[in-house]
Design a protein around this ligand. Structure first.
Ligand code: GUN
Ligand code: ZN
Length: 428
């Protein structure tokens, strides 16, 4: 089936810091979609004649590619906004008890359904997701994502040093991961990520086994946490005294490759940055989580000096919002704390094509180019009276920045998956 969408389109296919030509904007554009795939995009005046027979839906607002959340935990949905601790105590007090409940498949099904609907409501169409250590938590997420046709990457959490009720074993972690890869990787829009929780949650043997699993499956991702919070970093340093730094711990177990996605990287040595660059591994920057847990501020200046691959994550439940739109605004404020000025087009790139490249899905999603899947979001610059006042008569950059700073799910009028409307704010 062929259909077309007319409206104002904006996408940023590459990092505009180094490639200003990457910003693409059609004030009155046309996007032509066949069976969920973009087959043409350009100025309406240029394309309309060629596609005169195609039914056209006119969309109000600013249309951008669907957001790609490079790091989020679905089992923590119901523990968002849990008060009073930094990372390690927050995990013990709030998160591990909540994650234990995912031994129950019916509970996992219910949370996965709410979680994915919340992503769509916030304009997120693709995500790299932490489940729990229970294989059935992965099944629940992938089943729900398959039904919604969302592009989701996930993998059973490996944590043989975790608390009772949440820890796996070397053998069960490996066997369940292999079975899940076999069952889910490459099915529909789904992909698998080998997911050790972080260095402190696994034995050396399990970290080494994760490296071996990754080597056996070169087309899956590796997803973990890195250098997030100072106390965590101190405990890693104490346990792995022989390692050069936190990243080197993962490196020694074969976990640092161009398919590795490390969440946070708030406290990185220059040696780690050089090694990240050399390996092609990248960072999912999670500014709202870093503020919430008092972890610190990501250093964009250091990352750019080393030309690191970056994406943007909410990291719910440490993150305080499902909105990657609002997270772009928080990223701007976090960068300010290091005296860096995050450009609004670069922030949009981080949340779309940047994250997509980090997740190795940039050929499929992230910039609404011909050949890509037609996942997009209709943003409403008049979503609130304040946004309407701030964006009246504003330039494109000003409108985008106002949406990032002032916007959230209220500013997501519609979300499309494969050219099909999957969320309509005004119909629910
Ligand atoms: N490090 C290890 N586990 C977690 C987690 O669940 N959330 C965050 N933010 N950091 C972690
Ligand atoms: Zn996390």
């Amino acid at each position: 089936m062929i259909r077309a969408f007319r409206g104002e389109f904006l996408s940023v296919s590459r990092d505009p810091r180094t490639d200003p030509e990457a910003v693409r904007h059609e004030e009155d554009g046309l996007l032509v979609v066949e069976d969920g795939i973009v087959i043409a995009r350009g100025a309406h005046a240029d394309l309309a004649g060629r596609h005169a027979q195609v039914p056209v839906e006119t969309l109000p607002g600013l249309i951008v590619p669907g957001f790609v959340d490079a790091h989020i935990h679905y089992p923590q949905t119901d523990r968002i906004a849990s008060h009073g601790e930094q990372l390690l105590d927050w995990l013990e007090r709030h998160i591990f008890p909540a994650e234990k409940a995912f031994v129950d498949k019916a509970h996992a099904d219910a949370v996965a359904a709410f979680f994915l609907d919340e992503l769509l409501k916030n304009g997120t169409t693709s995500a790299l997701v932490f489940p729990t250590a229970h294989a059935q938590s992965v099944d629940a997420l992938f089943e729900a994502a398959l039904a919604r046709e969302m592009r989701i990457i996930s993998g059973k959490v490996l944590m043989d040093l975790g608390p009772e009720g949440l820890r796996d074993t070397l053998a069960s972690g490996r066997a369940e991961s292999e079975a899940l890869i076999c069952r889910w990787h490459g099915r529909g829009r789904l992909g698998y990520a080998v997911t050790p929780r972080f260095a402190l949650a696994s034995t050396d043997a399990q970290l080494a086994d994760a490296g071996a699993l990754l080597a056996d499956h070169p087309d899956v991702l590796m997803h973990t946490h890195l250098a997030e919070n100072l106390r965590e970093c101190a405990e890693v340093e104490a346990r792995f005294a022989g390692a050069a730094d936190y990243l080197d711990v993962y490196d020694r177990f074969g976990l640092v490759t161009d398919r590795s996605v490390f969440a946070h990287g708030v406290h990185l040595s220059d040696r780690s940055c050089a090694r990240l660059h050399e390996s092609g591994a990248g960072i999912a920057v999670c500014p709202s989580s870093n503020l919430f847990l008092g972890s610190g501020f990501f250093d964009f200046g250091q990352a750019d000096r080393h030309d690191l691959r970056l994406g943007l994550g909410t990291d719910v439940g440490a993150g305080t919002t499902f909105s990657l739109l609002h997270t772009q605004g928080i990223a701007y404020q976090a960068a300010q704390m290091k005296d860096e000025r995050l450009d609004p087009f670069r922030a949009l790139w981080l949340a779309t094509a940047g994250s997509a490249a980090l997740l190795h899905i940039e050929d499929r999603v992230g910039s609404l180019e011909v050949g890509q899947e037609a996942d997009f979001v209709v943003l409403d610059p008049q979503a609130t009276p304040l946004l309407a006042r701030r964006t009246r008569g504003a330039t494109l950059a000003e409108r985008l920045f106002a949406l990032q700073v002032l916007g959230d799910d209220r500013a997501v009028a519609r979300t499309y998956l494969l050219g099909r409307c999957a969320w309509n704010r005004d119909k629910t």
